[in-house]
Design a binder for this molecule. Sequence first.
Ligand SMILES: NC(=O)c1ccc[n+]([C@@H]2O[C@H](COP(=O)([O-])OP(=O)(O)OC[C@H]3O[C@@H](n4cnc5c(N)ncnc54)[C@H](OP(=O)(O)O)[C@@H]3O)[C@@H](O)[C@H]2O)c1
Length: 268
Amino acid sequence: MNWFDLKDDVAVVIGGTGVLGGALAEGLARAGAAVAVAGRSAERGEARAAAIRAFGGRAIFVSADAGDAASLEVARQQVIAEFGQPTVLVNAAGGNQPAVTVTADHPFEAINVQAWRESFDLNLVGGALLPCQVFGPGMCAAGVGSIVNIASVSAHLPLSRVIAYSAAKAAVLNLTRFLAREWATRGVRVNSITPGFFPAEQNRKLLFQEDGTPTPRAKSILGHTPMGRFGESQELIGAALFLASRKASSFVTGSDIVVDGGFLAQTI
Ligand SMILES: NC(=O)c1ccc[n+]([C@@H]2O[C@H](COP(=O)([O-])OP(=O)(O)OC[C@H]3O[C@@H](n4cnc5c(N)ncnc54)[C@H](OP(=O)(O)O)[C@@H]3O)[C@@H](O)[C@H]2O)c1
């Protein structure tokens, strides 16, 4: 038996248009799943789906705004029409928003509440809540489902500066466990992955100067990462395959897999 064979699965990757979501979409497709790459950017989504088809995988792009339940429902219907009932949902839409970053010139008390709400809207509401509401009931009705939410090391201990993002990701972990309990007897498992630091679109300016050299914050992150390097997006795939596979992780729900080069294990 191949524990990680997903040929009977239909996976939807929201934020599959991004760096980490895109790598996860490819990884799921290489394991045999039919994959819907979902997001707002048709250009990046179509390119990712084409790359998957180019190696013989099954993939389509579906337009979806994670923050809009109606848009997610349209996407869900498209996936059902093309591949059948989704059995795997990866929630990889999200990211830090610079507008709500705390700095010496912009202290905690100056946080703009509207920007705070936007961070929660992106990372908690669109990043997990609405997709679970839209895709979860169909999975429960079918009695088969694995939901993988993408958290962050900042969900475990808040990183300096990015408190709105950290708090929203902490809520994603909390929601993951709530839904794990809620749907445990209905065939739907709900888990999360906690990535450490992976160069991607939403954190590019945080990590690299214009000339490509690391920022002081990137140096500080690497100094705190026992492996002394950033992650590569492909390094998240193994955790996602494990959680997606109904054979490999049949008794796993409410769990979080940390993929961070040791970041959360480091003190002094
Ligand atoms: N990179 C890291 O180091 C790291 C670490 C921990 C956690 N994460 C998390 O990993 C996830 C993926 O981020 P990434 O680092 O790969 O960044 P990314 O390349 O910027 O991807 C983020 C994706 O989120 C999607 N998105 C944003 N708003 C959306 C919306 N309303 N509807 C649908 N999709 C939306 C974007 O897709 P469209 O523009 O197509 O809508 C984009 O492709 C995020 O949840 C992020 O917080 C990343």
